[in-house]
Design a protein around this ligand. Structure first.
Ligand SMILES: [Zn+2]
Length: 144
């Protein structure tokens, strides 16, 4: 157990963790899936057992996706409008569909990268030594 606590407290490679997050895989082992649905983060990794409950991605992934997709839309709008000047409704429909589809594609990997970054940096309870069987939800219910 002491080896595992020391390993959990050791600094992690951010680049490797982010690459694993980009594939929506566990930041620790890179094999287990971070999600058990579209965006629902598992309580623990199914392969290595990493406790994922300390993650606090919250609205961060949505802000990053809006930032990226918004910029792409902002640069695409004048170009498309110039090319399709006769049909502005078609421009609006195409850009809206593109924005929705791109956002839905980008959200899971961006959220997994947020979780991976928090794990790699030891944020929000990641990396702190905890007694076995105690995760973030347990600490909240017990008032720790
Ligand atoms: Zn894992």
């Amino acid at each position: 157990m002491a080896t595992r606590e020391i390993e959990a407290d050791a600094p992690h490679d951010v680049r490797t963790a982010l690459k694993r997050g980009l594939r929506c895989k566990c930041p620790s082992c890179g094999e287990g899936s971070v999600f058990k649905g579209y965006l629902k983060v598992r309580s623990s990794c199914e392969v290595c057992g990493l406790d994922l409950t300390p993650q606090r991605a919250d609205d961060g992934p949505a802000y990053v996706v809006i930032l990226i997709v918004g910029h792409l839309m902002g640069f695409s709008l004048p170009v498309m409008f110039e090319q399709m000047r006769d049909s502005p409704l078609m421009v609006a429909c195409l850009l809206s569909a593109f924005a929705i589809i791109l956002s839905l594609i980008m959200l899971p990997p961006v959220k997994a990268m947020f979780v991976a970054f928090q794990w790699a940096k030891g944020m929000n309870g990641f990396g702190r030594s905890q007694p076995a069987g105690v995760n973030q939800e347990t600490r909240w219910t017990e008032g720790c």
